[in-house]
Each structure stands twice: as structure tokens, then as C-alpha cells.
Design a protein around this ligand. Structure first.
Ligand code: GSH
Length: 207
């Protein structure tokens, strides 16, 4: 039995729960992170010195960093369909996973904290607008990509990249702001909505 440490509202924890369900794995989850058990507790820091969720425990093996956990699960549990072996196909999945964790993630940080978390420390209108502009810019890049594939981020097939990016697209739509028209992103969101895993962990009313 796999154990996922982290609160269910966390986008990064939801990636891991969704991946486990796609792979048909049995898992249990423990609520850690702000509002729940404190990730600065020594027992948690011993698992992840960054005090961040998610952490995966698989027997004696412990792993943190959500996209690394996705890759591990696919490698360990026969997930070639989600993370194809051929070098070019695998690199394409990796490219979009890394883009999600770096550029895309960074762009929304201020706007998300301001508009969804209503953080008093993120109330500067100029910084909110700059964050939204950057976020929309990256979503336009995604729209152009999906316009080409007409299916999923890495190509014709659903992959690990769609778990990370599908949750990100859900966050974008769920953030109260003016959204530019991005038809391919809209179609993708609808397409993902046919997957039980996305309905359960992605498009479930949580940004
Ligand atoms: N790069 C990390 C980021 C993890 C992260 O930012 N986790 C947030 C929740 S989404 C967190 O642990 N925040 C502190 C807390 O909730 O106590 C990953 O992808 O796993």
C-alpha cells in the first residue's frame, strides 16, 4: 500500500493521487500541510527537509517533488502508457512536466495567492496584473500546442504531462479573473473531463 502524505486540496498532492488512480494502485493519504499536521514537525522533516507536500512512501522508499513522484510511479508500476519508453516520446512528456513545474507554476504564484487564497501579503494590483499577464502568456503557448496535437499535451495519447498540466488548467479556469479566449485549452479541459481521475482529483471544485 502506497502512502501519500499531504492535504487533498494541494495541487501537487492531487497530481500524485490522480497518477495512482490512473495506474490502478492502492493508496492511502494523510493530511499534512497548512491547516493540517505541521510539515515542520521533526518526523515530517525527516522525510522531506523542504517541509513541503506531497511525500510518497512506498515501503521503505520515500520520495518528494511531485513530478518526480509521477515519473517514479510510472517507472515502478508498469506505466509505459503514461510515460513512454522511446527517447523522443519520453522527452516530450518530460519537457511539459518540467515546464509546468517551473515557468507555468512560477507565473501564477502571485495572482493565485491574491485571488484564490486572498492573501493579505499579495495585494499589490500591479503585481497581480503582472502575474496574470505572465500566466495568460503561458496559457497561450499551451493553447498553440493543443491546437497542433488536437488531443493531449505530449501528443495523441494521455500521459503524465496531462496530469500536471490538466490540474494547472483547472486552476486557471477556477481563478476569478478575465480569461482570454483559448479554444484549444477549452476543448482540452472538456476532453480531460471524460476521465474519472480528472473528475475526482482535478475538476472537483478546488482551484
Ligand atoms: N516543487 C514541489 C512544490 C510542493 C509545494 O509547493 N507544496 C505546497 C502545497 S501545493 C506546500 O507544501 N505548502 C506548504 C504547506 O501546505 O504547508 C512539488 O512539486 O512537490
Amino acid at each position: 500500500m502506497l502512502t501519500i502524505l499531504g492535504k487533498r486540496s494541494s495541487i501537487n498532492v492531487r497530481k500524485v493521487m490522480w497518477a495512482c488512480d490512473e495506474l490502478g494502485l492502492a493508496w492511502q493519504q494523510e493530511d499534512w500541510g497548512s491547516g493540517f499536521r505541521d510539515t515542520h514537525a521533526p518526523e515530517f522533516l525527516a522525510l522531506n527537509p523542504n517541509a513541503m507536500v506531497p511525500v510518497l512512501r512506498d515501503g521503505d522508499f520515500v520520495l518528494w517533488e511531485s513530478n518526480s513522484i509521477l515519473r517514479y510511479l510510472a517507472n515502478r508500476y508498469d506505466g509505459n502508457a503514461l510515460y513512454p519508453q522511446p527517447a523522443h516520446a519520453r522527452a516530450r512528456v518530460d519537457q511539459w512536466l518540467d515546464w509546468q513545474a517551473s515557468d507555468l507554476n512560477r507565473s501564477w504564484s502571485y495572482a493565485f495567492m491574491a485571488l484564490v487564497r486572498l492573501s493579505p501579503n499579495h495585494a499589490d494590483p500591479a503585481q497581480i496584473q503582472a502575474s496574470l499577464d505572465a500566466w495568460h502568456g503561458f496559457m497561450r503557448i499551451l493553447d498553440a500546442r493543443l491546437e497542433k496535437t488536437r488531443a493531449f499535451v505530449a501528443g495523441a495519447d494521455f500521459s503524465l504531462a496531462d496530469i500536471a498540466i490538466g490540474l494547472s488548467v483547472n486552476r486557471w479556469f477556477a481563478t476569478p479573473c478575465a480569461h482570454p479566449e483559448l479554444p484549444a485549452v477549452q476543448d482540452y479541459f472538456t476532453r480531460l473531463g471524460t476521465r474519472p481521475g480528472f473528475r475526482k482529483h482535478g475538476c472537483n471544485g478546488v482551484a
